[in-house]
Design a protein around this ligand. Structure first.
Ligand SMILES: Cc1cc2nc3c(=O)[nH]c(=O)nc-3n(C[C@H](O)[C@H](O)[C@H](O)COP(=O)(O)OP(=O)(O)OC[C@H]3O[C@@H](n4cnc5c(N)ncnc54)[C@H](O)[C@@H]3O)c2cc1C
Length: 445
């Protein structure tokens, strides 16, 4: 029988952030990861400012800054596709992270596996970190189902079934979470009327800005990565993927050449459909993140639509917050499982809001009608031009705070942009930022 303080199932970004925090605090932590080789599917690559702040606290920020690409503005273009294939710009809407008075007023693009390797390397430098790979969590072999007290997990490694006991178990296994199932959590799922195709291809050195192009019937996003690569996404109708594959690779590459002629010679370097991944967006939520001495984080707790670039960030931020709580319980020698609920109190509301915001961002691109695009353009224009709405939007997506959308926004939406009180605005901006007490309330009780 093996024994640890905390067992984390899943060595993705969420599980590794949590494990790093615990290892730094001297908590004996085991991460169980089933995949031996780096994941081949594309996953989140955009780090929001709040995630950068947590990595700063975990003393792992420098290697991340060294190998990531900064984005201070998301350039959004509403366009019209002309009959000859060219594209005409209708409206340009830049959304600036620099509006945020924060240590990291930018997002960062980093390849998913590079980030995981940085976290794993750093965690491995601590004696209290243990990593079983490849190893699969099979379920609990001992538990009190009524009280949700889990005492022993069954882990399959090297053709053997191993019994591992721990004070706490964390499910960080992504969308299909076995711990979530053991916790008997009902998943509420939302599906969408579109899919995405995504791929990384080379870019010119000068192509350094993130751009999103939307016409009434198309959407593509281009996000520069380090090493002169660019990650792109294209929205398609369900069922279009097999048709496009049949017709040829040009059905994927041509739109990019039209929307972004500068990349025409680069997108054609994609050699086969094997490089392009189909991504089916889904949103799911559960009622409780904690049951007894078990908790779920990241995609195991909440999968979000990728439009606002939040999925990976929610996982990292869950890991950092739960990590601090478990570290504090270790420091104060208090292993009462009921304290775990404080993680849910901090994180669930934030995750639910960002999940809803990602959902609304997705709704903005759901229907291929000109009037729909017109409505979206009016909304985006107000968001960009009105100082409060611009700030609110960037604050909320960055994760560094939350400022509720209110009925007043409706008035702001249609009223002139200059109608706001500067002093009050500054005070509200400060109040909306999460403090250390908001993030780690147990340290202040
Ligand atoms: C195709 C795709 C594209 C995405 N694109 C974006 C994007 O553009 N932007 C964005 O922000 N987010 C995106 N996301 C979401 C983002 O990648 C996830 O939100 C994030 O990776 C969640 O992290 P996680 O640690 O919770 O789970 P994961 O990254 O899924 O990690 C879970 C880990 O658990 C392991 N595991 C699972 N079951 C077991 C088991 N029984 N035993 C042991 N190990 C197990 C898995 O192998 C995996 O390594 C995308 C997700 C997918 C699937």
């Amino acid at each position: 029988m093996y024994n640890y303080d905390v067992v984390i199932i899943g060595g993705g970004v969420g599980g590794l952030t949590l494990a790093l925090k615990l290892a730094q605090s001297g908590v004996e932590v085991l991460v169980v990861e089933k995949e031996k080789n780096p994941g081949k599917i594309y996953k989140g690559e955009l780090l929001q400012p709040k995630s950068l702040m947590y990595f700063d606290e975990l003393n792992v920020i420098q290697p991340i800054l060294d190998v990531s690409h900064p984005l201070s503005t998301i350039h959004t273009y509403e366009v019209e596709e002309l009959k000859d294939g060219r594209v005409r710009e209708n409206m340009y809407i830049p959304l600036h992270y620099s509006r945020l008075a924060f240590k990291y007023p930018e997002a960062r693009m980093i390849p998913h596996e590079t980030l995981k390797n940085i976290l794993l390397d750093k965690a491995s430098s601590y004696d209290s970190f243990h990593y079983w790979n490849p190893a699969v969590f099979k379920g609990f072999s001992e538990m009190n189902e009524k009280k949700h007290e889990y005492s022993t997990a069954l882990i399959h490694m090297n053709k053997e079934d191993l019994h591992v006991s721990a004070s706490f178990f964390v499910g960080a296994e992504g969308r299909s979470s076995a711990i979530r199932k053991a916790m008997k959590q009902q998943v509420v799922t939302t599906q969408y009327n579109h899919h995405f195709l995504t791929v990384t291809f080379p870019r010119p050195e000068s192509y350094t800005e993130a751009r999103m192009y939307a016409s009434h019937k198309s959407f593509i996003g281009l996000f520069p990565l380090p090493d002169n690569e660019v990650r792109c996404v294209m929205l398609i109708k369900p069922g279009d993927y097999p048709k496009m594959k049949k017709e040829g690779l040009h059905t994927f590459t041509e739109p990019f050449s039209h929307f972004e002629p500068e990349l025409a010679d680069y997108v054609t370097q994609i050699e086969s459909w094997k490089q392009i991944q189909l991504m089916i967006p889904v949103r799911h939520n559960i009622h409780e993140y904690v049951k007894g001495n078990a908790a779920v984080i990241g995609d195991a707790a909440h999968a979000v639509h990728p439009m606002a670039g939040e999925g990976m960030n929610l996982a990292i931020q869950d890991g950092a917050v739960l990590g601090d709580l478990l570290a504090w319980m270790h420091e104060t020698n208090n292993k009462n499982p009921s304290l775990l609920k404080q993680f849910e109190q901090v994180r669930k509301k934030r995750a639910d809001r960002l999940s809803l915001m990602s959902h609304f961002s997705a709704l903005g691109y759901m229907w291929p009608f000109r009037w729909y695009q017109f409505g979206r353009m009016q909304a985006l224009k107000r968001f960009e031009r009105h100082p409060i709405l611009h700030y609110k939007h960037m604050l909320n997506i960055s994760g560094i705070g939350w400022w509720n959308y209110t009925p007043f926004d409706g008035i702001r939406f249609f009223g002139p942009s200059w109608m706001y009180l500067k002093r009050r605005f500054r005070r509200r901006c400060e109040e909306a930022i999460f403090t250390e007490k908001d993030d780690y309330p147990w340290r202040y009780s």
